[in-house]
Design a protein. Sequence first.
Length: 556
Amino acid sequence: FPADRIRNFCIIAHIDHGKSTLADRLLEMTGAIAKTDKNKQVLDKLQVERERGITVKAQTASLFYSHEGQQYLLNLIDTPGHVDFNYEVSRSLAACQGVLLIVDANQGIQAQTVANFYLAFEAQLPIIPVINKIDLKNADPDRVEAQIETVFDIPTEECIRISAKLGTNVEKVLQAVVDRIPPPVMSTDSPFKALVFDSNFDHYRGVVANIAVFGGQVRKGDKIVSAHLGKTYEVNELGLLRPDEYPTQRLFAGQVGYIIAGMKDVKEAQIGDTLHLQEQPVEPLPGFKPAKAMVFAGMYPVDQSEYIGLRSAIERLTLNDSSVSVQRDSSLALGAGWRLGFLGLLHMEVFNQRLEQEYNASVIVTAPTVPYKAVLSSAKLIKSCRAVQKNMVYIDDQRVMMKYLFPLNEIVVDFYDLLKSISSGYASFDYENSGYQTADLIKMDILLNGRPVEELTTIVHRQRAYNTGKAMCERLKDSIPRQMFEIAVQAAIGSKVIARETIKAYRKNVLAKCYGGDITRKMKLLKKQAEGKKKMRRIGNIDVPKDVFISVLKRK
Ligand code: GTP
């Protein structure tokens, strides 16, 4: 394929604005997949993606499109929609020469529309605004076009109005990709140079890396090197993604495809890394940074006998996700487990959900924490305010965009849920890391019958300690079932107890209802009680429900 008939593009959008649906239509119209009713988010392959309707791992597809008598190769690079995966979005953008920015015709510009727009804008890519869902009864494309002009300074004439669901005007989108996005400028004569923008692990073939070739070409059997690790590999297989793998003999500059080269771990094919030929070293592409965990949580088997099973499940899942950091950990209360680091909250939830769904693991997840830098000194005297407003912009008469500086700790547990519920679902939210700030923080312990449970220890702002401690004790009282003895729940700072609740003793005699001697019924009730216990974790002699570690931190 001559480079001037190649287009590499991404679709970026706020969650649910229709990125995957549009991708399905584009695949159908270019014959990559057959037209059926069943094409629902073909590129979203994971079960968790289908259930939650979100994209977690980016997928890629090469499309063949005929336009004015010419054949074009359009490489559609899918991106995850969520902020947790911003780095993956920016790496995918690095493989493209333009983007489709989708905005829902009813909801208009949302938080991730803005965040994604800036990623594309900073990468200096042409942006084609696409207004989707014009078939909706309350669609208001005029208003959305005006928003796009106000906020992004893109003339309204450039917007394409479509319904991805019905296929209306989707052809115009393909034409715009060809007309408005430039072909990649690359030479096949220069040394081979490729960007790794995604990777996943296959049990039989090892790591499958998705690459965008920026220069030269690569063939089966070539010896290649990953620039940041400096390791050498032999290429076993390569090809295009249509969207299924389509092996070819070579990949050229301007093309996007996959490569298999005997890498055993996705950490060897890190997103953002550069590949080159062993005999022709090149300057690595700019912008590489190793994934950095921002949210940490402990994970423990509900029963220690499940340790080995959970370990292999975590190992297998992390084989596919180089951004999760894993460290062995153990706690007095919960036994042996791990401390895992994630890019963000959704990333953590998705990981946990996959453990439970794909590996049938039963996991205790402790409350997520964020990294702090501690200065060990007597007092920190600096006054701290927990949220600082940075700016406010009216998008139109119905919507306002506000920027705040927040401590990550304040948004890590349930901020998003609270925001959604107080705004009846209208507000949307996005964040980026702005570095460490000084604050007056103290460590608060939670004690069950006088014994500190380190998984419930939190770092709180000094002025909030009393209220938080009291609320946590109350919630623990509500969520720990009564047991055969009294349980004291206390919050303490150092040796000073600041709050206390008591859970009264109670014996739940499940057999009380069973008069007469029906043994099968008796067995059934005892079994049911035992199953209830499976969701519990024994700390000392106290049975604690496994979800308490997170629910105790949720604000009502
Ligand atoms: P993420 O992958 O999480 O970023 O979501 P997405 O942007 O890929 O959204 P998706 O394609 O999954 O669409 C979200 C919802 O909107 C689905 O229920 C779609 O059926 C619906 N939808 C998409 N396009 C249209 C459209 O043109 N009209 C209508 N009425 N609904 C649409």
